[in-house]
Design a protein around this ligand. Structure first.
Ligand code: F6R
Length: 615
């Protein structure tokens, strides 16, 4: 999604703003912009460019501008196409008020009509521009103070984090937050505002997270914060230990490839960190051991790839903890009827911890004072601050937009947690937990070994062969069905292949009509002999209709292999529930290689963003 960054203080701001934007560019990369107040003339200057941040940097190198306060933005388009015209910052009619914004102003249409009636002229198709014109309209008659800002924010519906810079008030930036994340890094005679602490990590470890529905006047020495109603609120400064290591590709051609290879270590780190929590685990989860022992249900909520992790984890919790599990798409959850349940553990799975739909589902459940736990890769994220407790995966920063190591570490953490809960419920003993940890490490190792086994043949034979197909179908059963869904999502987002996924048994209920010689059919097998046999029958149905089968099978599954045109046999010993993890590396590498052959921008696929902060 969009990133907003702002600076006010003793130094020239451009280098910080660009560093901050670059660190967060994974959030959106359709266009970028920068505005500052020129130190001598105090005039508001700006530059914008369509495309990635590098385009803007190039422009600024030719025509440099800088100042002691400034704002910057990278955009993931919601309203208006991606163009220079729609790039932020946006302005009032005389370009003396500028705004950068992340989120959506839902009533922008109505506000725009009203402002146009008042005589304002709009230059973009964005929802954002109403904010700068609203400031212009109010400040024509009212003072620049908290009462006026309070009136303005109460007119804006939706979710938004924005920073406003006004030419007339060069000592202040205004930061506003409703639902979308926004924080202020407190320095010595300087303030750093950003969508995420990563932007200013290394510059200060003091941070003020704006509470939901609040705004702040930020000058170089201090912050005054108010609720939307206009009541002053305390500025609670927290310490953060977030660091930013300038992450490079480590010799790999793409971040996605590097991250595929980081999975083995990331899983080992995740398991080690969970184990190291010892008796402190339940405290960190915000539950008591007794509550865990009496859990009657687990509810998993997530979006996208994290939802696939939840679908796989359903099988972990049900078979290991012997309790029912419900899995919800967070984006649909709020439209359903919710039945609050006291003995249910609600786990919110989100790599970024900032996904708006996940946060909305969490807020809804939090209204009922239930057991809510965040499972995320980012300890400073909003989901951690709002859930009652949290579990952190140790994937490290994931740069490629398509999730790989964040997903596999989610699986590892959830498998471990299932065993830990089972231990508390006295369903397993300590030795079984230790065994589960060893199994996870072995499956992670096999994930990489199996990838290595097929890497060359994928490069030389399979990727060229399958890159020419624009459509694909992915099939699985039981735990291999969510793996098929994840594979279909990966090939869509990274290789732009139109892919569908089905539980293999559903094929005959309609989708079989799509099978012909032009659609590769990817079949994900299952270690369980009974489920495997059903998958074989489905593969026969495909084969009988001329379908090309690419099978991800396990050792000894000869019948499926014989039906397939291409076979990946996942070898090694692992518990059946960890077959997905052992298969993951080959699948991810295959998708990566197909995308590369198709000439796709692998790390930054079109139209996507890594942190999805709009609903
Ligand atoms: C796909 C991918 C997305 C995310 C989804 C939720 O590779 O990464 O589908 O899984 O946008 O994001 P998080 O996990 O940050 O809540």
């Amino acid at each position: 999604m969009c990133t907003v960054v702002g600076y006010i203080g003793k130094s020239l701001c451009r280098s910080y703003i660009f560093e901050g934007l670059a660190r967060l560019e994974y959030r959106g990369y359709d266009s970028a912009g920068f505005a500052c107040l020129e130190p001598d003339s105090q005039k508001l200057l700006y530059t914008k460019a369509s495309g990635q941040l590098s385009q803007l940097v190039e422009r600024l190198e030719k025509n440099p501008i800088d100042g002691f306060l400034g704002i910057g933005h990278t955009r993931w388009s919601t309203h208006g196409n991606f163009s220079e015209r729609n790039a932020h910052p946006h302005f009032d009619c005389v370009k003396s008020i500028s705004v950068v914004h992340n989120g959506i102003i839902e009533n922008h249409d109505e506000l725009k009509k009203q402002l146009i009636k008042e005589g304002h002229t709009f230059e973009s198709d964005t929802d954002t521009e109403v904010i700068s014109h609203l400031f212009e309209s109010f400040l024509a008659e009212k003072k620049f103070n908290y009462q006026t800002v309070s009136e303005i924010v109460q007119m804006l519906d939706g979710m938004y984090a924005c920073i406003i810079m006004l030419q007339k008030f060069p000592d202040t930036l205004v930061a506003i937050r409703k639902k979308s994340p926004l924080c202020v890094g407190v320095g010595d005679g300087e303030m750093f505002i950003a969508s995420d602490v990563i932007a200013f990590a290394g510059k200060t470890d003091k941070v003020f997270f704006l509470p939901d529905e609040s705004f702040a006047f930020v000058d170089k020495h201090g912050i005054k914060a108010y609720s939307f109603a206009g009541t002053e609120i305390p500025v609670k400064i927290e310490k953060t230990n977030v660091s930013f290591d300038n992450i490079d590709k480590g010799g790999h051609e793409h971040f996605m490839l590097k991250e595929i290879y980081e999975q083995k270590n990331a899983i080992a780190k995740t398991v080690a960190s969970l184990r190291s929590l010892g008796a402190g685990l339940w405290d960190q989860l915000g539950v008591t051991a007794e509550q865990v022992a009496h859990l009657k249900e687990i509810s998993l909520l997530a979006c996208g790839t994290s939802w696939h992790a939840a679908r796989i984890a359903q099988f972990f919790f049900e078979s290991i903890c012997n309790i029912p599990v419900s899995v919800h798409l967070a984006s649909e959850f709020r439209h359903q009827v919710f039945f609050p349940a006291k003995h249910t553990l609600y786990i919110f799975i989100s790599q970024s911890g900032e996904t708006a739909d996940v946060l909305e589902a969490l807020r809804l459940i939090n209204e009922h004072d239930l057991l809510t736990v965040a499972l995320t890769n980012v300890a400073t994220s909003t989901v951690v601050r709002e859930a009652k407790g949290f579990v952190q995966t140790q994937a490290g920063p994931e740069v490629a937009v398509a999730s790989t190591k964040a997903f596999s570490t989610q699986l590892a953490a959830l498998y471990w947690l299932a065993h830990r809960i089972a231990l508390e419920k006295k369903l397993i003993d300590k030795a079984a937990l230790v065994q589960a940890e060893e199994d996870l490490l072995r499956a992670a190792e096999l994930m990489e070994k199996n990838l290595e086994k097929y890497r060359d043949v994928i490069d030389t034979q399979y990727a060229p062969q399958y890159a020419s197909y624009d459509n694909a179908m992915f099939l699985g059963r039981h735990i291999s069905y969510p793996l098929a869904m994840e594979s279909a999502l990966k090939i869509k987002e990274v290789a732009y292949v139109f892919a569908v996924s089905y539980p293999a048994g559903e094929l005959k209920h309609g989708s079989l009509a799509l099978v012909d010689t032009t659609v590769p059919i990817y079949v994900f097998s299952h270690p369980d002999p009974m489920i495997y046999q059903k998958i074989v029958s489905n593969a026969h149905e495909v084969k009988a209709r001329g379908g090309h089968i690419i099978a991800f099978a396990y050792e000894g599954q000869h019948e499926l292999c014989e039906l397939a045109e291409t076979v990946f046999v996942i070898s090694g010993a692992f518990p059946p529930l960890l077959g997905t993890l052992a298969t993951l590396g080959v699948m991810q590498y295959f998708v990566y290689a197909v995308a590369k052959k198709r000439g796709c921008p692998i790390d930054k696929p079109r139209n996507l963003a890594k942190s999805v902060t709009v609903e």
